[in-house]
Design a protein around this ligand. Sequence first.
Ligand code: ZN
Length: 307
Amino acid sequence: MSRSPLQQVARALALATAVVLSGLSMAPVADAAAPMVKTQAPGFYRVMLDNVEVTALNDGTIELDADKLLHEPPAKTDAALARSFLKSPVTTSINAFLVNTGSRLMLFDTGTGGHFGPTNGFLLTQLKAAGYAPEQVDDVFITHSHGDHVGGLARDGAAVFPNAVVHAGKADIDSIASKPDSPFAPYAAAKHLQPIESAGEVGPGVRAWPTPGHTPGHVSYVVDCHGQPLIIIGDLIHVAAVQLDDPSVTIEFDSDPKAAEAQRAKVFAQAAKDGAVIAAAHLQFPGLGHLRANGAAWTYLPLNYAR
Ligand SMILES: [Zn+2]
């Protein structure tokens, strides 16, 4: 039996509808799977503190064997990490901070320079992604001379920040000055190196606050953001999941653990009292937030997000 043209169109439409409907219900989602990208967004995070622009730059991460490095029984570390849904080794951020006051561009710490494996060494990438060039940096303030803080200062013996004056604790400069590949060397040769020996102004609105303990020349910095202090604390804390709840726990990297513990207590108490924003090298990126006392422990409150 032959169908009329109208019947043929109706049948074709019915078939097409059936195909579409079966496609909707039957097609497995995986048919359209896109490959996973797995890389992060550019690692910078910007915030205005009053009229001072603060940009956290993530140099990358490093795996910390917290259960071996912290000065407490490994089982205690493991239990504390488990309470924060973590385990050893702990993926740990390496943060540096760029502060633009409008008249000066200041960088606090410089990351690893890629000397600590493939998961870090991205400071310059982040600096450029954040809209700046290394030549624009006026001052580099170093918290201490460990490789994850000074590794990005120099490359192949040349200054990475050619127009910057570098400020660092004298004891830490001296501790590596004799090394042939000291990252301070090109700055010293250019007379762009300013050792810090005591507390005081080291730039407009920037005060050095020597906090020896983690290293003999460890320096914290207080930036006055018009009444809202920003304290760059360097390595006063490494493993938040352990050391916020029990600030007496020190780490193998502390050259004088007792002093390191005392400096943490002093700076954290001041930050909490003043309502200061802390900028921490190893709290999870961006490492910017407030501290609130909680008995003998500390609660860390990451800054609220703002576009
Ligand atoms: Zn460090």
